[in-house]
Design a protein around this ligand. Structure first.
Ligand code: VTB
Length: 347
């Protein structure tokens, strides 16, 4: 019998993993090289991941093995795979990573870049394909009131009712993309305010689930892998995501030549066990795990998390650590002391 997963204890190991990725990426902030920022985040995350006491398997990562040298889908990570380790002593863990969510944001020094990871017992996170996904994300007050198939105005009405306010008092986050022309028009017509963002719908979704951020919903099409990570966060924050895969070029507002042919995508989905490409996924479909862990560390400053700060003798990181098992939402402010015993720690 393999060791039972203690998600609360291991969440602190995962915290170190995200902190390392965030620090590495933050060093490259504003350098204008998004690929390099991503690369250093992946390397740092991969290195730390190996110290975590687990037999981990990447279910959402940097892509297929041939295109990603590290943190590829199916890669086995953790101390349980070291030579001489007794596998029975290490819990089996599935892991979804996004070492740098918002690579452009980091490269430009813009707000809301984060390093992210979700984990669970085996089978607890959907093995989502790396294609687009239409999403609607709301916080606990609006859970059960939304329907991804309903007109935008109806969803906004329902959210406003749950929040005891008018539609005019809502703010919806939408990725600024030509594919969202109709969505943006519909939100405007309904009267809600909009915050258009250039990148990073995962951190935006988390903000929508936390009261006090003045974000009440995220709507629109982003990446499917990030949808699974969002779902893991929603399980811990009592929020809700509804989602559907998108691969139709018309819905994506691009030339047919820009997306893989539909029959190819459908075959790939079937291979992954997805027989109904139009299925509406809810939070539990995307993150069905009983023990779900979610960790994010700020790279640049954001709505919920501060970015990494560097000072002479250390660094300071700000993270969110949560598990469905403990019902603790931890905001962790860590000073990583680099200097000697004379280092001054500031409040
Ligand atoms: C990006 C990114 C998002 O989806 O927009 C991406 O900023 C896909 O959209 O955070 P484009 O291909 O149009 O850029 C996300 O990565 C995640 O959902």
């Amino acid at each position: 019998m393999a060791q039972e997963l203690n998600s609360v204890n291991i969440s602190l190991d995962f915290l170190s993993v995200c902190e390392a990725a965030a620090i590495a990426a933050a060093r490259t902030m504003g350098q204008g090289d998004r690929k390099y920022s991503d690369h250093v985040a992946v390397e740092a995350m991969r290195e730390k991941m190996d110290a975590v006491p687990m037999r981990g398997r990447i279910v959402i990562g940097e892509g297929e093995r041939d295109e990603a040298p590290m943190l590829f889908i199916g890669e086995e990570v953790g101390a349980g795979f070291h030579d001489g380790a007794d596998p029975e002593e290490f819990p089996e863990v599935d892991i979804a990573v996004d070492p740098l969510e918002g690579t452009n944001l980091c490269a430009l020094g813009a707000n809301n870049a984060i390093a992210v990871l979700a984990a669970s017992e085996r089978g607890g996170l959907l093995n989502a394909p790396d294609i687009y996904m239409d999403k609607i994300v709301v916080g606990p007050s609006s859970r059960g009131a939304i329907d991804i198939d309903a007109p935008v105005k109806d969803n906004l009405k329902a959210i406003a009712r749950r929040l005891s306010r008018d539609i005019e008092d809502l703010t919806v986050i939408v990725l600024e993309r030509s594919r969202h022309k109709k969505l943006i028009g519909d939100v405007r017509e309904a009267g809600a305010r909009i915050r258009l963002i250039s990148d990073g719908d995962l951190s935006a979704g988390i903000s929508a689930a936390v009261a006090g951020t003045n974000i009440h919903a995220l709507m629109g099409i982003g990446g499917a892998p990030e949808g699974v990570l969002t779902a893991a966060a929603m399980k811990c924050l009592n929020g809700e995501i509804q989602a559907r895969l998108v691969f139709d070029h018309e819905r994506l507002g691009v030339d047919k030549a820009k997306v893989p042919p539909a029959n190819e995508v459908l075959a790939r989905l079937r291979e992954m066990g997805i027989n109904d490409p139009n299925k509406v996924y809810d939070t539990n479909d995307l993150a069905p795990g009983r023990k779900v862990i979610f960790v994010a560390t700020g790279v640049t400053d954001g709505a919920l998390l501060k970015g990494v700060r560097f000072f002479g003798a250390g660094r300071r990181t700000h993270s969110l650590v949560m598990t469905t098992e403990s019902r603790h939402i931890r905001f962790v402010d860590t000073v990583h002391v680099e200097g000697g015993p004379d280092t001054v720690i500031r409040f």
